[in-house]
Design a protein around this ligand. Structure first.
Ligand code: CTP
Length: 397
């Protein structure tokens, strides 16, 4: 595997040797592929000797991925502008390989509207932005702008390139909940909601398409079972809770797309309730929160929640992300004309270090993008602890 590693002038450049070491460990040792370790270091577009050996165009073609770590605000702006004043930005312009940037800068520089606008443009163009992490900074301040740790960057680079032709989630176990739940009032009546299950089913399909072993825990819906997915059918929130905890034990990723009832009738009446009173009161009791209980597990999988809101969508979703201690949350607006029981959807995904919006598209298309984003963040969060397997690299050889 050929990696062009661009190192730009941020303080985090001191981590570059560690990053190189990890990239070599992951990609070269044991594969007899010497490309990374054997490449010369170049810094000048106009170095005649180096250009004669391998021109910047050849270098751009040679790369399987271009990784810039650390990436300064300046290099992000240069790539956005499409200029090519130096070797690195010239390669970015000339390559057809994926490009990944690991930003590192002061937190005020990172949150500056100019940098955020550049980030959004880069992401729209399909450039992968890894991090940044949140924490104490070289300048002594706290905030978002730390370069991700080298092992997390190496793992993400692996997932991005290993994904070519191979599933991104090969060898991973993914558990998805979908659909509404039904909370019995008596033998013939129940409380439920307008969820169709389409989003959860599309997510289960998309994860299976990326090679994952998928268990889909589904409330009552009118949908065909997705191919290559194990479906566990449940009715109530309580049943969904039990089925999820049975499945999630050794899972890598948990996606809670179900619209689980928050309350159920405090007692289920054994016989059909007869109408006698003019006004009837139904006592409700809280259902267990499946998502929060999974996120709180000692060995919790990478946990993704959903927030279907009718107002203050982003604020409420960020609140749920923090309160339930999730890795990511998918926020979307629901109401009469959007969200539930439709074939399309728009969403904004939030995580501790940032967010990404997806305009309205089919639920199938949105699910594919959400699973790709989830895989990317899953590998980044796990770092070296659960490196993707090296066999994928051996396949490339
Ligand atoms: N969820 C869950 N178990 C529950 C309730 C919700 O797993 N008993 C999950 C949903 O699958 C979804 C997320 O939690 O991923 C939604 O969060 P929640 O705070 O429960 O949303 P609402 O039910 O809309 O809550 P609120 O009415 O407070 O907005």
């Amino acid at each position: 595997m050929n990696i062009v590693l661009g190192i730009t002038g941020g303080i985090a450049a001191y981590k570059a040797p560690d990053l190189v070491r990890r990239l070599r460990e992951e990609f070269v040792t044991g594969t007899s592929l010497q490309a990374v370790s054997g490449r010369p270091i170049r810094s000048n577009l106009w170095d005649k000797e180096a250009e004669a050996a391998m021109s910047h165009i050849e270098l751009a073609r040679w790369a399987d991925i271009v990784l810039i770590a650390p990436a300064t605000a300046e290099v992000m702006a240069r790539i956005v502008s499409g200029g090519a004043p130096d070797l690195l930005t010239t390669i970015c312009l000339a390559t057809e390989a994926p490009i990944a940037l690991a930003p590192a800068m002061n937190h005020v520089m990172w949150s500056n509207p100019a940098t955020q606008a550049n980030r959004a443009v880069l992401e729209e163009r399909g450039i992968h932005i890894l991090g940044p992490g949140i924490g104490s900074q070289a300048c002594g301040e706290e905030g978002a702008g730390r370069m991700l740790e080298p092992d997390a960057i190496a793992a993400t680079v692996f997932s991005l390139t290993g994904g070519k032709g191979e599933g991104l989630l090969e060898g991973r176990k993914v558990v998805v909940t979908a659909g509404p739940t039904r909370e019995a009032i008596d033998p013939v009546r129940y409380i439920t909601n307008r969820s169709s299950g389409k989003m959860g089913y599309a997510l289960a399909s998309a994860a299976a398409a990326q090679g994952a072993q998928v268990i889909l825990i589904s409330g009552p819906v009118n949908l065909a079972e997705p191919a290559g997915v194990e479906v566990v059918k449940v009715e109530s929130a309580e049943e969904m809770f039990t089925a999820t905890h049975d499945a999630v034990d050794d899972a890598d990723i948990f996606v809670a797309a179900a619209a689980v009832a928050d309350y159920r009738p405090a007692e289920v009446v054994e016989q059909k309730i007869k109408k006698c009173e003019e006004v009837m009161t139904l006592q409700l009791a809280r259902c267990p929160d499946i998502l929060a209980s999974v996120a709180a597990l000692e060995r919790a999988p990478f946990t993704v929640g959903f927030a279907a809101e009718t107002e203050n969508v982003i604020d409420y979703a960020r609140g749920k992300l923090m309160k339930k201690k999730l890795d990511m949350i998918v926020a979307n607006r629901v109401g009469r004309d959007c969200g539930f029981d439709r074939d399309d959807n728009a969403a904004t995904v939030l995580w501790a270090g940032g967010e990404q919006s997806y305009p309205t598209s089919s639920k199938t298309d949105l699910a594919r993008q959400l699973i790709e984003l989830t895989a990317k963040h899953f590998y980044a969060s796990r770092g070296s602890e659960t490196q993707p397997r090296l066999t994928i690299i051996a396949n490339k050889d």
